[in-house]
Write a new protein. Structure first.
Length: 178
């Protein structure tokens, strides 16, 4: 497996992976999958802010992607990132998510971020909750029936992981310019 920064040429594969999760899962509350151009613009925006947007390649194919984004747009949140991880359906359960999320967290920590937050769609999303728990995230709350998709109300699970003295000590370098 090769973990590397995503490129414009990966946009179609990224969009296809995301489309699968939009259409078949509850991890995202999007109801219609965006196209490759939208996903590439998102990639370029995040990378332009210095945030990681990575893909995992196996045998020359994009097997998944993960990125960090600003948790919220207000400046007080500039030391907190939110992660997102999506895996190709035929690569789920093969360690792709763990490799990608580990790499994203490593980059965020090196950049001086203080907290990583996961906002997981569906309290029954055992795979994502388990992945985050395995990488040191702790449960910080559940929003009941926050979204409506495919004829049912869906919870949101919040998890977080302290990075770089995320224990409340004074901030050092890092953070986003918001």
């Amino acid at each position: 497996m090769n973990i590397r920064p995503a490129e414009g040429a990966d946009a179609a594969a990224i969009a296809a992976i995301y489309a699968h999760h939009v259409e078949h899962g509850f991890g995202t509350f999007d109801l219609t999958a965006p196209d490759a151009a939208f996903m590439d613009a998102k990639r370029a925006d995040l990378q332009g802010m210095g945030l990681p947007f990575l893909v995992a390649e196996i045998e020359g194919e994009v097997a998944g992607y993960a990125y960090a984004s600003a948790f919220r747009p207000r400046p007080g949140y500039r030391y907190t990132v939110e992660d997102s991880v999506y895996i190709a359906p035929d690569r789920i359960g093969q360690g792709v998510g763990r490799a990608l999320l580990s790499a994203v967290l490593e980059i965020c920590e090196a950049q001086g971020f203080r907290q990583a937050v996961a906002v997981i769609g569906d309290s029954e999303n055992a795979a994502s909750i388990g992945l985050h728990r395995a990488l040191g995230f702790t449960h910080s709350g559940t929003g009941k029936a926050f979204g409506y998709k495919k004829g049912r109300w869906v919870d949101v699970v919040w998890m977080q992981k302290a990075l770089n003295g995320g224990d409340g000590s004074a901030p050092g370098d890092g953070g986003l310019s918001l």
